[in-house]
Design a protein around this ligand. Structure first.
Ligand code: CU
Length: 123
């Protein structure tokens, strides 16, 4: 009887831990345009711009065109799960970065496309 109780409560614990993790991965609230002030609020791009940070691996890169594809882990700031996706970047920013490199990077996301604002090789 006592043993059954212990098993039941550890099961309940496992379930609640699972729920907790799921909640932590849920997308963060979107900053609204009202959080911005002055001229920024009048710019459609700026009003929806969000910032994200992640670590990932370069799966494709074209420094001349300023494009990079990253297989990234969870994106903090945007609440994204890990995925593979393409971004734009200033060509200068991609100098010294190669396919297969592990990088930590930050992006601005306008709701449709992401542009890299900083990227560096991770150890
Ligand atoms: Cu992504």
């Amino acid at each position: 009887m006592k043993k059954t109780l212990v098993i039941a409560s550890s099961l309940a614990l496992a379930v609640s831990l699972g729920a907790c993790k799921k909640q932590a991965e849920a997308p963060a609230p979107t900053p609204s345009a009202t959080m911005m002030s002055g001229n920024m609020a009048n710019m459609p791009m700026a009003s929806t711009m969000q910032h994200g940070m992640a670590v990932g691996t370069v799966t494709a890169i074209d420094a001349a065109k300023g494009t990079i594809t990253l297989e990234h882990g969870p994106m903090s700031g945007l609440g994204w799960p890990g995925m593979t996706m393409g971004f734009t970047a200033k060509p200068d920013m991609l100098k010294g970065i190669a396919k297969g490199d592990r990088v930590s990077f930050e992006i601005d996301w306008d709701g449709k496309a992401g542009s890299v604002t900083s990227i560096r090789r991770a150890q």
